[in-house]
Design a protein around this ligand. Structure first.
Ligand SMILES: [Zn+2]
Length: 455
């Protein structure tokens, strides 16, 4: 999997920018089959043509939601079109291009962009994709209220209908106002409170009757009281936020269902517990390790997702005749047993806990929850906590190195591992100018190593 992380980084750094650039410059419609094909290529590249060990849907989730932040082209495509949609509709987001595009559209086409009428944009080269993406997303996500208070008032379905009738002139008058303005004016008790009221007042009898009947229908839908959605909130911005596509991408990138993934269910069963939401967040935030070292990140993710092929897993899959641990030969070889509860590694963990005490001068009780899933957060000062985490992490990394060996890892191997991680962190700290922080965290370890050398 070390290779997999590197592959994900390669896709992120070299492949995605090329795809994204073209999609942004030419916002054309792309069929789903294009993305299915692309996903297939990504998967083949990622797993070297073998079966996927982690579902694709999980890999694309952000790291704090238990994923690996593998970029997904279709989600980016959607985010790019949502950005275009906002550029067309939010006045402060307008660009010259979108303003020109808007001028070309008739009311039915404009309404189609709000997902209101059957799309009349199928032949429109640049807006076909945007209208179809919008239609799809309106179904899947709570993007807009129905009706949205930010929709131009002349686009309500009734208004579009009236546009072709003798009532058209009145809609021309109110087109620069939103449905929200229209409703506020219609429901306001005093006529001079809203500029739109002048229009409502000055219209002829038929027009006024039409406007009032529409406002009644809209008010019945309780449009004024509905809370604005995360997407509608962009209408309140005075300028486009930085990294708009990333913001939209993140908002769309949510787990398909809220059910706990299978690997965490296994952990719950093994540890005889039920994780709270806070604990799940904690597990996810620790799932990429606490180091910039890719190997450490990979290892943490593997433990969290129960990636390792334990005797029990092999037995369940019918690839082995026994599920017994290779060290003690007595108990079932679950991940928890191999990493923690096997009598063969008991002494190793006792030694590690004593060594941590010697280094950091804090007494810490190692538990399976802490060692394997970082639960609960140790209550030390941040720098102490960071060092303790690194020391536990280094010890845990040694277990898979002794996979299928009867003997537990050695103390000297642990010291070497910690030295290596420390060195990596030091190099990384120079790069991001965080050397002072590095010294603060690691100085107890340096002192420990010097004292060990003296003895
Ligand atoms: Zn055992």
């Amino acid at each position: 999997m070390y290779k997999n992380i590197t592959t994900i980084n390669l896709l992120k750094a070299f492949v995605m920018p090329r795809i994204l650039y073209i999609m942004q410059m030419l916002p054309l419609f792309l069929p789903s089959s294009f993305f299915t094909q692309l996903r297939k290529l990504f998967r083949t590249f990622l797993w070297s043509g073998k079966g996927a060990r982690i579902p694709y849907d999980r890999l694309i989730l952000p790291k704090n939601l238990g994923g690996f932040a593998l970029p997904d082209a279709q989600l980016y495509y959607r985010a790019i079109h949502l950005k275009r949609w906002l550029q067309i509709h939010v006045p402060s987001f307008h660009t010259l291009g979108t303003e020109l595009e808007l001028l070309q559209l008739d009311p039915a086409q404009k309404a189609a962009l709000w997902g209101l009428s059957p799309s009349t944009l199928h032949t429109h080269a640049l807006l076909r994709g945007t209208s179809l993406v919008m239609k799809q997303l309106l179904k899947e996500h709570n993007l807009l209220n129905n009706p949205s208070l930010f929709m131009p008032a002349d686009l309500t379905p009734f208004a579009v209908r009236s546009n072709v009738s003798h009532l058209a002139p009145v809609w021309l008058k109110i087109r620069k106002y939103t449905t929200g303005d229209f409703l506020k004016a219609a429901s306001s008790p005093s006529p001079d409170q809203h500029p739109l009221n002048d229009i409502l007042m000055s219209s002829n009898f038929l027009e006024t009757a039409e406007l009032h009947s529409i406002s009644r229908v809209l008010l019945d839908k309780k449009a004024l009281n509905s809370e604005i959605t995360w997407f509608e909130r962009f209408f309140l911005h005075s300028s486009p936020p930085r990294g708009l596509i990333s913001l939209l991408y993140t908002a769309l990138n949510k787990p398909q269902n809220s059910e706990l993934p299978q690997h965490l269910k296994t952990w719950e069963a093994d540890l005889h517990t039920t994780f709270s939401d806070t604990e799940i967040r904690r597990i996810y935030s620790g799932s990429h390790g606490f180091s910039r070292c890719v190997r450490v990140q990979e290892h943490s993710y593997k433990v969290m997702t129960q990636w390792y092929q334990t005797p029990k897993q092999l037995y369940i899959k019918g690839l082995s005749t026994s599920d017994k641990c290779w060290r003690c030969g007595k108990e079932s070889g679950t991940l928890l047993h191999i990493f923690w509860s096997c009598p063969g590694v008991k002494q190793f963990w006792t030694d590690i806990s004593e060594a941590i005490h010697k280094v950091t001068k804090v007494k810490i009780v190692l538990t399976p929850g802490l060692v394997l899933l970082w639960l609960p957060t140790p209550e030390f000062s941040p720098s102490k906590r960071d060092l303790v985490t690194q020391l536990i992490q280094a010890a845990r990394l040694l277990i898979p190195l002794k996979w299928l060996c009867r003997d537990p890892p050695l103390h000297s191997q642990w010291v070497m591992k910690v030295d290596h991680i420390s060195r990596m962190e030091e190099l990384a700290s120079w790069e991001v100018r965080k050397h002072a922080q590095y010294i603060k965290i690691w100085s107890p370890w340096k002192t420990f190593r010097t004292s060990e050398a003296v003895h």
